[in-house]
Write a protein that binds this ligand. Structure first.
Ligand code: ATP
Length: 232
């Protein structure tokens, strides 16, 4: 497997004067096409780790390499270009524009990246993958939470990123919608051969093979391969 994202000796201390970092020193290699699930209690450092890996927050020590390049040593412009084109983000709170239709929300990345061409056939394809084909003309305030999150995932996938970062994507959904959203997210990212980094504190959310990273009080444990074979 190819190493796509590599973190070496990263840590995060939000308050320089404090003795304990919020994320203790860790090194990780994320491979192409794999699913990584970051788990841990509230406040353990899951979002902190995701933000460092996803190019959203510079670590206090260490480096993050994307495709062999030290991400935080790139210019702001180069960093934004990677975040806009090669990385996709999904958040707990959907972050859609409610007055726009699902189609218009999925199209939004083209306004942040002039070189990004989004065709109607690419939107149809991703909408089918997310099972929202019949909802594209609806304004997103009319949609259920699960439908809105599937629109948000479609928007994250429309630039064909090779890394998807999802922070508690099912945190605002009931259990049936959580299951559907998590399943579609994991399966679609895998079928596109992209790498998924997903933060959750929910047990038994992912039912296909993944690599689990447990964080306890800012300490990242060894990677564990889970086959997810609960048979549900
Ligand atoms: N921007 C920030 N400035 C200062 N401290 C922060 C900041 N972001 C997070 N923290 C602190 O870092 C620690 C880890 O927070 P983080 O959000 O990474 O945890 P989490 O595991 O994602 O929690 P949750 O499941 O509740 O979202 C917490 O003590 C938090 O208060």
């Amino acid at each position: 497997m190819t190493a796509l994202l590599k973190a070496t000796g990263i840590s995060k201390k939000y308050h320089p004067a404090s003795n304990t970092p919020e994320l203790a020193l860790c090194s990780l290699t994320l491979e192409k096409g794999r699913t990584y699930v970051i788990k841990g209690r509230s406040g353990s450092g899951k979002t902190t780790l995701l933000n460092l890996l996803g190019g959203m927050d510079k670590p206090s020590t260490g480096s993050v390499y994307y495709n062999g390049k030290s991400f935080y040593d790139l210019s702001d412009r180069e960093q934004s270009a990677i975040r806009n084109k090669n990385f996709g983000f999904v958040f707990q709170s959907f972050n859609l524009i409610p007055e726009l239709t699902a189609y218009e929300n999925i199209e939004l990345p083209r306004f942040f990246n002039r070189n990004c061409i989004i065709t109607s056939s690419a939107i149809s394809t991703v909408a089918e993958e997310m099972k929202i084909g019949s909802l594209l003309h609806r304004r997103t305030y009319e949609l259920s939470g699960g439908e809105q999150q599937r629109v948000a995932i479609a928007r994250a996938l429309i630039t064909s990123p090779d890394m998807i970062f999802a922070d508690e994507p099912t945190g605002n959904l009931d259990s049936a919608a959580s299951r559907m959203v998590a399943d579609l997210l994991v399966k679609t990212v895998k079928s596109r051969q992209a790498t998924l980094v997903l933060v959750t504190h929910e047990d038994n959310l992912i039912y296909s093979e993944h690599i689990q990273l447990n964080i306890r009080d800012g300490h990242v444990g060894a990677m564990e391969v889970c086959n997810g074979s609960l048979g549900i």
